[in-house]
Write a protein that binds this ligand. Structure first.
Ligand SMILES: C[C@](O)(CO)[C@H](O)COP(=O)(O)OP(=O)(O)OC[C@H]1O[C@@H](n2ccc(N)nc2=O)[C@H](O)[C@@H]1O
Ligand SMILES: Nc1ncnc2c1ncn2[C@@H]1O[C@H](COP(=O)(O)OP(=O)(O)OP(=O)(O)O)[C@@H](O)[C@H]1O
Length: 271
């Protein structure tokens, strides 16, 4: 039995640049990954199957459309073989939450099946195959802090490590679909990411459009900011917001203070 972690993705910064003729958006993002995530397990089998368990399994129960299965079929087809694997997903990442959950699962499937089927493909080759599965899937194949441009698939290394930095994730238990948030962007290019700037000088340009759809997101950001984190910011298209802290004690105190809200709260760290 093979095990593969599917770390949740966060956008420490997300700067939108322009709407493209194909309807997608060129962006710049500082992507990072968390110690928290889903877990995919798999073993050899004749046909392809997927079972789900875990706190968020119901929302990810989308049958043949599951990104794990779509990734498996894409890899088998590219490798010229028939897809055979018995897969199981422990689903913990909230769905439609800005944490790239489905993308993380698709990427985990590519890494796991690359091993199970003895393909030996390098990560860059898996990431190229991942592009049609979703804009976040290539970076999830790497699952490490990276700078992304284009739709998010033009990846380059981010110098320095933030691994171990205490991180709080808070989702007000509302699902936010990605497309409508992009559509609500005011199309003002506020500039790309200055790689030498401190995190606090960077932005998530999707925040206003997401707040227009789910106003509770501004409450989450206000409550996190009140506890003086290094930075508090929405991730992706929301509604999950993240806060980075200097110490685990400061993170835990903030988690305690928000416990009464009924929001989904996850105390973790950057991986
Ligand atoms: C918001 C982010 O999560 C930030 O990391 C990503 O840009 C979105 O990644 P994703 O969910 O994997 O996106 P996809 O599944 O490829 O696209 C969902 C929808 O978002 C919009 N979309 C996505 C990525 C992008 N660069 N421009 C877009 O306009 C498109 O309307 C698309 O139909
Ligand atoms: N394994 C999966 N886990 C979650 N959602 C999946 C999965 N497979 C397919 N989906 C579909 O993908 C949709 C988006 O879910 P996901 O959690 O990936 O989005 P997200 O957190 O909004 O991502 P992003 O950070 O890119 O905005 C779901 O509504 C669901 O229909």
């Amino acid at each position: 039995m093979l095990h593969e972690p599917a770390p949740a993705k966060i956008n420490l910064a997300l700067h939108l640049r322009r709407r493209r003729p194909d309807g997608y958006h060129d962006l710049e993002s500082l992507f990072a990954f968390t110690e928290f995530g889903d877990t995919l397990t798999g073993e050899a089998a004749d046909g392809l199957s997927l079972t789900l368990s875990g706190p968020m399994a119901a929302a990810a129960d989308v049958g043949d459309d599951n990104l794990v299965l779509r990734a498996a079929r894409a890899l088998a087809s590219a490798a010229g073989m028939s897809a055979g694997a018995r897969l199981h997903l422990e689903k913990r990442i909230p769905v439609a939450a800005g944490l790239g959950g489905g993308s993380a699962d698709a990427a985990a499937a590519l890494r796991l099946l690359n091993r199970l089927w003895g393909l030996g493909w390098p990560l860059d080759r898996l990431a190229a195959l991942a592009e049609p599965l979703g804009a976040d899937v290539p970076v999830c194949v790497h699952s490490q802090t990276m700078f992304g441009a284009g739709k998010g698939e033009l990846l380059s290394p981010w110098p320095g490590s933030m691994a171990g930095t205490p991180l709080l994730l808070v989702n007000p238990r509302v699902a936010v679909p990605t497309g409508p948030v992009f559509a609500g962007w005011d199309r003002q290019d506020r500039g790309g990411i200055d790689r030498t700037a401190p995190l606090t000088a960077l932005r998530n340009d999707m925040t206003a459009a997401a707040v227009a759809i789910q106003p509770v997101i501004s409450d989450v950001l206000a409550q996190l900011s009140a506890h003086k984190p290094i930075v508090a910011r929405m991730s992706g298209s929301g509604a999950t917001c993240l806060a980075l802290f200097d110490t685990n004690a400061a993170m835990a105190a903030t988690a305690d203070a928000l416990a009464g809200t009924g929001w989904w709260i996850c105390a973790t760290a950057i991986r």
